[in-house]
Design a protein around this ligand. Sequence first.
Ligand code: NAD
Length: 313
Amino acid sequence: MRIVVTGGAGFIGGNLVHAMLGGGADITVIDDLSTGSMDNVHPATTFRRLDVRTPEAAEAIVAARPDAIVHLAAQVSVAASIQDPAFDHSVNVDGTRAVAEAAVAAGARRLLFASSAAVYGEPHELPLTEESPTAPVVPYGVSKLEAEGVLSEILRPAGVDFAALRFSNVYGPRQRAEGEGGVVAEFASRMTAGVNPVIFGSGRQTRDFIYVADVVNAIATALGADTALAAPGPNGPAYNVSTGVETSVNMLAEGLRIALRFPGVIEGAEARDGDVEASVLSPEKADATFGWRAAVELQGGLAATAAWFAQQR
Ligand SMILES: NC(=O)c1ccc[n+]([C@@H]2O[C@H](COP(=O)([O-])OP(=O)(O)OC[C@H]3O[C@@H](n4cnc5c(N)ncnc54)[C@H](O)[C@@H]3O)[C@@H](O)[C@H]2O)c1
C-alpha cells in the first residue's frame, strides 16, 4: 500500500511510520519539522520537508500516487492556539483543506485525519461518545472540529472515504517533554533527570490516557478496513480512539515512579484554571465499525515509555 503521512516526523507519526514500514508499506512523509524531528523519520521513507499549506506539498502528494493519506500534521499546542488562533486556524483548517484537495487530485481512496477529544469541550456526560455535543472551548478544539467539516465538504462529493479519529491523551516513546509534551512525557523526563514532578491540583483529575502503539494500531486497522468509514450524517466519520478507562494524574505519576524507581517525591501545586476534572471517551464505535480496541494496559505502556526516556539520557 502506498501511503502519505503528513506530520510523519512527529511523535505519533514517527511511531506510525516505523510500525507500518515493518508491514511492507511504501511511505512518503511530508513534514515541515516545526515540532517534528529527523530522528523520527525512518530512512526507508521518502521524506519531503514541506508545509502542508503550500502548492509544493500538494504536488508531492499527487506525485506519490497514494492509496491512502494519514493527515497528522497540525498546530498541536492548546496554549499556542489561545495565543495565536489565526495561526492555529491556518495550519489546522487551511492545511487540512489543502491536504483534502490533494487527496482528491491524487485519486486516494481513503484519508484518515487526526482529530481530538478537544472537539467535545467541557464534558456533560461520561463517557463521551461520538454523539455527545461538540462545544470546543479552546481554539485548537475549534479548528479540529472545523477541519472535520472541511473533510466532509471536499471528500464526500469526490467519493474519497475518510474518518476523523478523535484521539484522547496519547503518550509513549518519541513524545516531546518540552513545550506541549503530554503530562507523561513531562513527568518521565523530570524523573529521569532526578527532578521531582509537580501535580497541579488534587491529582484526582482524570483523562483517557492511551499508549501510542494502540493509536498506531487504530490507524493501521482503519487504513485496512473493508467497510466505508465515512457513514452519512454529521457523526458518521467521527471515531473516538481511546481506552474507555479513566486514569487519574496521581495514578500516572505513581506508575512512572514505580517504572523508573524514582527516589524523589511527587510535589503538589495550586490547580490551574480551566482544567477539566474528568474525561473519558467510549471506543465502542471504532470497535463495532472496524474492529479495533486498545490493548496495552497502563502499567505496561508506562514501563515502555519510562524505558525509552531513560535511554535518551
Ligand atoms: N498527542 C496527543 O495526545 C494528541 C491528542 C489528540 C490529537 N492529536 C493530534 O495528532 C496529530 C499528531 O500529534 P503529535 O502528538 O504526534 O504531535 P507532533 O507535534 O509530534 O506532530 C505533529 C507533526 O506535524 C508537523 N507539522 C506541523 N505543522 C506542519 C505544517 N504546516 N506542515 C507540515 N508539517 C507540519 C510537525 O513538524 C510534527 O512533526 C496532530 O494532528 C494532533 O493534533 C494528538
